[in-house]
Design a protein around this ligand. Structure first.
Ligand code: ZN
Length: 265
């Protein structure tokens, strides 16, 4: 059966028609992942779900063990990961409830353990295009056949958090070309690339970023939008088996080729 990893939060587990198979705890040499991997089967695909912030949502973005999370997928023999994130909208075309498949990213995090090559072996990987183009296509096709409108490009800027941004920061990010802001894309996408995995992101816009709108949304409205977009997200995920293949015609599997600088092998 084809395997596919999904990193996200709770609320994604009860997808209609998905059969729960097992829960797999994994230990890695980088420590323990945020949670055990919960396996569901649907239309010929084994979906491995990992809760990025832990089951009780107790791990803040800057404390997530990204290295262990990605290494855990690799140990389970998974080569493809879909990352789900909640974000704030900077681009004025976005509104809460929208779904974005970003095509680029900016890393504003600091102090996170963001590489597997931090001593000994050194690779300078290329991350010009941080997301797997084939997997982006799979998501686009899945969204289209689920009849869900999504934005198929956008630049995700990743802040360190856990605090939100100032109005001036968002203004600056806007000028840099950032469309959405969140706290978890980096170093996750980098570690996936260093592991030669195919990685793609799908972001939900849950709120307007600081200072981008005069209208204040009530919490109730945000919660209502969230549950609507969660349903839309599930519709998209349930169409993935139609388009997903484990064949790797992209370059992700060769990410380390020709990138090594150190000579200790
Ligand atoms: Zn790929």
């Amino acid at each position: 059966m084809k395997k596919l990893g999904i990193i996200g939060g709770s609320g994604l587990y009860d997808i209609e028609g998905f059969d729960f198979v097992q829960e797999v705890p994994v230990q890695t040499k980088y420590g323990e992942p945020s949670d055990s991997y919960r396996v569901f089967e649907y239309k010929g695909v084994s979906f491995y779900f990992l809760n990025r912030h832990g089951r009780k949502h107790s791990i803040p973005p800057h404390k997530v063990n990204y290295k262990a999370n990605i290494a855990g997928f690799k140990e389970l023999g998974i080569n493809h990961i879909i990352s789900i994130t909640a974000t704030g909208g900077i681009n004025s075309s976005y509104k809460p409830g929208d779904i974005i498949i970003p095509d680029d990213g900016i890393d504003m995090t600091s102090g996170r353990k963001g590489t597997y090559f931090d001593g000994g072996l050194i690779h300078h990987i290329d991350i010009t295009e941080p997301f797997c183009p084939i997997m982006r296509g799979v998501l686009e096709n899945a969204a289209a056949s689920a009849d869900e409108d999504v934005f198929t490009s956008g630049t995700y800027i990743c802040t360190n958090g856990p605090r939100l941004e100032t109005g001036a920061e968002i203004k600056a990010f806007d000028r840099w070309g950032a469309d959405l802001v969140g706290m978890t894309l980096f170093p996750e996408c980098v570690l996936a690339r260093e592991s030669e995995l195919c990685y793609v992101n799908m972001s939900l816009i849950t709120n307007y970023a600081a200072g981008t709108t005069d209208s204040k949304l009530t919490t109730d409205e945000v919660v209502a939008e969230m549950s609507k977009s969660m349903e839309r997200l599930k519709n998209i995920i349930s169409m993935i088996p139609v388009y997903y293949t484990e064949n790797r015609v992209c370059e992700c599997k060769n990410a380390l080729k020709g990138t090594k600088i150190s000579k200790n092998d």
